[in-house]
Design a protein. Structure first.
Lengths: 635, 263
């Protein structure tokens, strides 16, 4: 037992959390006592004796769990423990529950953890739809309802969509560029372990007096500055999720820039790598804004600063400017990695090079640049300076151009290809093109000020965000999970169940989110537990489709779990793809490559006799016979 | 080089599909009944966008489904497709044409926006006060005529709403008017509406403002000028002091209490 507490791990983590939490709690009590204040300040926004431990306990857990061990010894001038790779790679399932520096283990940890949050957030969506199935309030009262949709959105955005992409890329990106691991493996592990803490803070807010945070995921001041304690948990959770996201983005940037295999020039990188490079550029520059603005709200709440207190000269609208300066780029943070996944899947299954590869990469960069100049389109009716609206409208509409380039180039990739649709990943990628086009069209409409004035803050917005985030991002996430499932687990999944999941999800998505456009335009505001009778029938229909959409996800869970355990063994390259991750075994060896591969061509050279992307260890420089002769025989 | 695509046929199908989708969607009154001069302008802009969007959507569908039908691999075919890496002319086309389309959409929106916000020198000013979870209105006059939860306006005259939120952000929306504007604590925001149909409507709060958000509504009555004037004369409630302060001081920012804590 004593030994267990000395070693980094769960016991020491738990002890760290308790010790640091108790220290934070004690500090507040003692300081308040000395100052002659009531030690327990339980005004609505107060609770310093809860907020401070909510900061220190997670840090104590991370320290105890071993996230800082190596760095602390080094910083303190103590002899560092030479890395014996005992924290690298997974030999049994237990290793997935430990501090591990292997990008492949971390990738799996990310994907599984984020999907758990996806299902918790999904259950909340089911409750929301149950409440909305009929006008009036039946299942939950209004304030619980507000907590539910706020937590639903926050879980989906901050601990599902954004990090699940980081997880998928964590697994495949170093393999794709021929790197043995990420540039900073320990930082990578720390990034992951901050994530469940963020999720626990978000969900834990349900235990607070006054309930979970209920000011929406946008947390507009001054509603948020005056909200009950749960709001502080949102402010803090965002810090952990944000720090995790920033650290991962830095890690990706350094990995992509410095660790590409010899011969992998920028113009030979797969588009998934380009996509994560672009995403990381957005994350490192934009995420500090939401972290900052949530601290400002927390300070207004706990320290009585006056950033957003209008009665003391604060500026209410500045919250929205800072918030959206992050949160609009954030929608591209939630979409660009998906663009990368779709490019890989479509090229592989159409057996064709990506159409207009360079323009595809430039379009990503174009989106990055433009996305910093469109944030105020969320604020057309917010009462900001009116002259800001037209330039923001024009940049917003222009961002449809690089996005359109991507859609047309994927379609171009299909032409004169040999399209295989046996893989569920390909089905999701193709369906993504359709649903995302609709989400893009409603996005252009929303970008036009006169239309936005009418539909802003209605169900039209709810429909639009779910078309781009569910029909867009989540479809690409499913495509990515199915596509790399054989690589990650070494097993094949069941394509029949995959098809059931695909068709159910497609029909469920359309059935749920298409009618939302209509009720929104017709006058139903968003974020309401109760609504006018006239929208009753449509909402009942929406709820039915939503339940079907929720239920069909169980097929996915079953397929993933059972196939992971019992599926037929996958060989190294079941999709006959070109990129490097498919040239190693499934799952890949613990250090990825015996010898770093040498990149000799583009990543999508399908149909070119003898063309190769990379030369792996043990292969001669000559065009190998064997596998590539199949390619040669096609033309 | 790799065989020709039936481009003319594909374009014809795209146009046919556009016509069908537009013919179904344009006649539908998506935004519901309109009751202000803004409504037909916004609805018309929406219809233009529906036609443009139908074209884009049809084009993507035709391109996608033709490819899936024509280039689907036969079972057991393990060969690769043609190694086409791109086509510069095509790529320039699908960069430039969408740019022109969205710039047109932007320019047109700008024009409509200017039109919507054109200020009429002969207008009525109504002050709007919102607080959790109620709307009230004040009409100019000797001591401000004050109405709680019920807004009356004359038909056919431009109304400029000067809006003040007392606690958190609320948003003023009458769906039939198509006009929405946030009420922001600390500043005065303005919405311009010219109601053009007599009737009773509902004012809906569209910015999340707390547990009572869904029920924060007010009755809106649009009536002939003479009836409206009579109604205003009949108002006998006094404007509550905090509201009066806001009107006098211009905004809540100048409220005297700047004490510590501020909350």
């Amino acid at each position: 037992m004593v030994d267990a507490i000395k070693r980094p791990g769960w016991w020491r983590g738990l002890l760290g959390a308790i010790a640091f939490g108790a220290f934070g709690f004690g500090l507040v009590i003692v300081l308040r006592k000395i100052s002659g204040l009531d030690p327990y300040q339980t005004e609505q926004t107060g609770y310093p004796h809860v907020i401070v431990p909510a900061i220190t306990a997670p840090l104590g857990f991370l320290a105890g769990f071993g996230c800082f061990d190596y760095w602390l010894r080094w910083a303190a001038g103590m002899p560092t423990i030479p890395d014996d790779h005992s924290q690298h790679g997974a030999k049994s399932w237990k290793d997935y529950f430990k501090f591990n520096t292997d990008h492949k283990v971390i990738g799996v940890q990310y994907v599984v953890t984020t999907f758990i949050f996806f299902f918790i957030g999904g259950m909340m969506a089911m409750l929301i739809r149950a409440e909305l199935a009929q006008p009036g309030t039946q299942i939950v009262e209004a304030s619980t309802y507000n907590s539910l949709f706020s937590t639903h959105a926050v879980l989906m955005i901050f601990v599902f969509v954004i990090p699940v992409f980081a997880g998928l890329a964590n697994y495949v990106l170093p393999l794709m560029i021929g790197a043995p691991d990420m540039a900073f493996p320990r930082l990578n592990a720390l990034s992951f372990w901050m994530l469940p803490l963020a999720g626990i803070l978000f969900i834990g807010s349900f235990l607070c007096p006054g309930g979970a945070f209920d000011a929406g995921w946008t947390g507009y001041a001054p509603l948020s500055t005056g909200a009950p304690l749960g709001q502080s948990f949102f402010n803090l959770g965002v810090q952990f999720a944000g720090a995790s996201s920033i650290a991962t983005a830095l890690n990706f940037l350094v990995t992509i820039i410095t660790m590409r295999a010899p011969g992998m020039t920028f113009w030979r990188m797969p588009l998934l790598v380009w996509a994560n490079l672009s995403t990381s550029l957005l994350v490192v520059a934009a995420t500090p804004f939401i972290a900052g603005v949530q601290f400002m709200v927390l300070f207004d709440r706990a320290l009585h600063t006056n950033f957003f207190d209008f009665a003391a000269g604060g500026d209410v609208i500045s919250y929205q400017h800072i918030f959206w300066f992050y949160s609009h780029p954030a929608v591209y943070i939630m979409m660009l990695p998906g663009f990368g996944i779709v490019s890989e899947v479509i090229s592989t299954h159409a057996r064709k090079p990506i159409f207009g590869y360079r323009l595809m990469a430039l379009a990503l960069i174009g989106i990055v640049v433009l996305s910093y100049s469109v944030w105020a389109h969320h604020m057309f009716v917010a009462g900001m300076f009116s002259w800001l609206r037209v330039p923001m409208m024009l940049t917003t509409l222009l961002i449809a151009v690089p996005t359109g380039i991507k859609i047309f180039s994927w379609l171009g990739t299909l032409y004169f290809g040999k399209i295989h649709t046996y893989s569920t990943a390909m089905l999701f990628a193709l369906a993504f093109i359709v649903t995302f086009t609709i989400g893009g069209i409603s996005g252009v409409m929303l970008g036009m000020v006169p239309i936005d004035i009418h539909v802003s803050d209605t169900y039209f917005i709810v429909a639009h965000i779910h078309f781009v985030l569910f029909g867009g991002s989540v479809f690409t996430i499913f495509a990515g999970v199915y596509h790399w499932f054989p690589k990650m687990t070494g097993r094949m999944y069941d394509e029949k169940l995959g098809r059931v999941h695909f068709w159910g999800t497609l029909i469920g998505t359309w059935g749920t989110f298409i009618p939302m456009h209509w009720v929104g335009m017709d006058g139903m505001p968003r974020r309401v537990a109760d609504y006018a009778e006239q929208f009753g029938n449509w909402n009942l229909l929406i709820s039915c489709f939503a339940f079907m959409l929720g239920a069909i996800q169980l097929v996915f869970v079953y397929n993933m779990i059972v196939s992971w355990r019992f599926g037929p063994k996958a060989d190294g390259n079941p999709w006959r793809a070109n990129s490097i991750e498919w040239q190693v075994s499934s799952p890949p060896p613990i250090f990825n490559f015996d010898e770093i591969p040498r990149v000799v061509g583009g990543p999508y050279e399908y149909g070119i006799p003898g063309a190769k992307h990379a030369i792996m260890a043990g292969e001669g420089a000559e065009v190998p016979a064997g596998e590539k002769s199949v390619v040669g025989s096609s033309s | 080089m790799y065989g020709r695509l039936p481009i003319v046929k594909m374009l014809l199908v795209t146009i046919a599909l556009t016509v069908v989708i537009s013919a179904v969607m344009v006649p539908i009154n998506w935004n519901g009944q309109g009751a202000s001069t803004a409504a037909p302008k916004i609805d018309h802009l929406l219809n233009v966008m529906i036609v443009l969007s139908s074209f884009v959507f049809s084009l993507v569908m035709v391109m996608l489904f033709y490819a899936l039908w024509k280039f689907k691999a036969k079972p057991g075919d393990e060969s690769d497709g043609e190694p086409i890496h791109g086509n510069t002319r095509l790529e320039i086309a699908w960069t430039l044409i969408p740019t022109i389309i969205v710039l047109f959409a932007g320019g047109y929106s700008w024009k409509v926006l200017d039109d919507l916000e054109h200020k009429d020198p002969h207008h009525l000013t109504v002050s709007v006060f919102s607080q959790q979870y109620a709307w009230s209105f004040a009409y100019p006059g000797k001591d401000y005529a004050y109405s709680q939860g019920e807004l009356h306006v004359p038909v056919g005259e431009q109304v400029q709403f000067k809006m003040h939120a007392m606690d958190v952000i609320h948003s003023f929306w009458v769906p039939e008017w198509r006009i929405k504007k946030d009420n922001v604590p600390g500043i005065t925001t303005t919405a311009i509406v010219t109601p053009d149909k007599v009737g009773t409507y509902q004012l809906v709060c569209t910015e999340l403002c707390g547990f009572g958000h869904a029920t924060m509504r007010a009755k809106v009555v649009v009536e002939p000028k003479s009836k409206f004037e009579k109604w205003v004369e009949g108002l006998d409630q006094e404007l509550p002091e905090p509201y009066m302060d806001v009107l006098k001081e211009g905004s809540v920012t100048n409220a005297p209490d700047l004490g510590a804590g501020g909350a």
